[in-house]
Design a binder for this molecule. Sequence first.
Ligand code: ADP
Ligand code: MG
Length: 695
Amino acid sequence: MNESGVSIRYIKGIGPARAALFERLGVLTVDDLLRYYPRGWEDRRLGRKIAAGDNSLAVLKVKIGETSFQERRGRLGVFKAEATDENGRSYTAVWFKRMAFGYDSFAQLKKSVLPGRELLLIARTDADIFGNTGPLRVEEYYEPGSPEAELHAGRIVPVYPLTDGLNAKFVRQAVHNALAQYAPSDETLPLSLLRKRHLPELGSSVRGMHFPQDDAALENARKRLAYEEFFTLACAWAIKRRQTRAQSKPQKYEVRKTLLTPFRNQLGFEFTAAQKRVINEIFSDLESARPMTRLLQGDVGSGKTVVALSALLLAAENGHQGVFMAPTEILAEQHYLTMKKFLRGLPVRFELLTSATPKAARKKILAGAADGSINMLVGTHALLEDNVAFSALRLAVIDEQHRFGVKQRAALRRKSDCADLLVMTATPIPRTLALALYGDLDISSIDELPPGRIPIQTMQLPEAAAFDKVREQLSQGRQAYIVHPVIDESKLPELKAVTAEFEELSKAVFPEFRLAMLHGRMKAAEKAGVMDAFSKGEINALVATPVIEVGIDVKNATVMLVRNAERFGLASLHQLRGRVGRGAAQSFCILSTHSKSADALSRLDTICSTSDGFKIGEADMELRGHGEFMGERQHGDSDFAAADLSRDRELLEWALADRDALFSSDPDLSAPENQAFKKRLSALYTRRWHLIDFQ
Ligand code: ADP
Ligand code: MG
């Protein structure tokens, strides 16, 4: 896009205050704004029929008849107008507003909604299948033909993700102005590709994404922009891979066994054949001259942590520092406890660093990392902060990789340019997706579980029976997780909220047992205290949100009850279930729901009938889209803005094939027809994400 780096301050109507609000949304430049795609669209075309349904949308050109105004109990005011549409049908239009003391919030209405006037109304109404509607609850009204009317009515309008202080109309106007002032004209993709794939050019695609003429135009525009995202990322990975391969790393490894042998001796179990195989793959990467970039995938409970520890110990044996990064404090804490257990007595120094680490301890740890006396540092993305410096960071392990996005990986890269990188995930990923998301990685898989695990019994039970099952396990001295989807009582009354349910469960349902609460909004120290008491068996049941989804390892916990199970995706349910069945006893996962939705019930059937992570991964992609794979969604932005991995598999295949063809004919992108694309690639992945070194 031309003018891509221009600040949004240059857009008509955006001053410093608004610019600061846009910055919160990650929108700094005109290009950012043009690529700030809508989260949805509303069909406000005139002449569309009012569909049957509560609160359905009505877009009407009307002539105003008699009006009236009423105050209700001095607090709420109602303004009413008779309105007749172009077909001669009459309606009652109503405006509700709060009455403000000493200020007539209806003044504007009384001035502009006058008998005889023509107006465009955007309203909500309850309509039945016979076409009868109730009163029109007006949300917006415009004078026909005014610039405002042209923008906000009579067309398909974009709806954007917002932030406090930026309303929908303002953002729509800003995007509209940006399109008028800085029409994206420079094509970024090689023209031959657009022709080959029958994709529209950039300018009309960006326009069509924000202000589509119709559904078909929208889908065409979205496809083109999605293809571009895939293609650009795929090319960046190809270059990254080439650059990584060309590097030779300073660190040398030799298997000395000074730490590895005592570690294996005190583990208390043998590695499975699969663990041995992947440890060999990792060690030979470490011993090779180029930096390792490997993805380790293995189902929940397959024993990835001890594999990671083996790699970290090999690094320590050779005098190198390593980090072990996890997406949540609870998980980082768990890894730290695992290290304490398995590395007891070994001459190796490891520490835990999260944003909850107290100041004094933090200072010591930073000093130890910088002077090299700390061998292994485990923590959250607090490890990536600028003031964390290492004397010789040579190995980075990232757990639950799917929770991190390009941003975090790039930050890690900057910290340790030639470091060996091992990323781990329990969310199995189809091959093409792995290529798109982790293009520069080699892949290892742990495809067997440690011996002696009894498969978890998963079942759907009504609430009372579910409580009985939990009680039966607790009475045998076992422990339980009771998982709820949200923290506070929300607008949806049927949702089980942890804080409210905790009261009920501990007083009325399980008064004879000790229950504790665990959720993401608790202070880190509180969370750690609860987890510690639970692992020591001092607490019988944890009433929790999905914060326990990853990493918790308590062998005596044999039953998990998931309430409002319909609210969870397949991959989340599978991860949650992995918190039980960690010991030798039979474990149970109980799902309870009041939902009658066919989709939800089919999801629950899938989870009850299989425990194969790969099958669940595939089913998840089909049923529910890509949420679980999109690391950055949870951090506020995603790797893809237009693409949708569950719908766009074919586009992804195209992008990968076209990428391969491009690099085999023009490996350095030096051909004139590829210059515009090269510019876009380096703007995005060199200057913005610092992922590749490419000018
Ligand atoms: P995940 O792959 O889900 O991260 P973990 O590393 O947490 O799995 O391992 C799950 C549990 O299995 C842990 O308690 C771990 O100590 C144990 N474990 C790992 N490997 C073996 C093995 N080879 N034999 C027996 N238990 C094992
Ligand atoms: Mg794990």
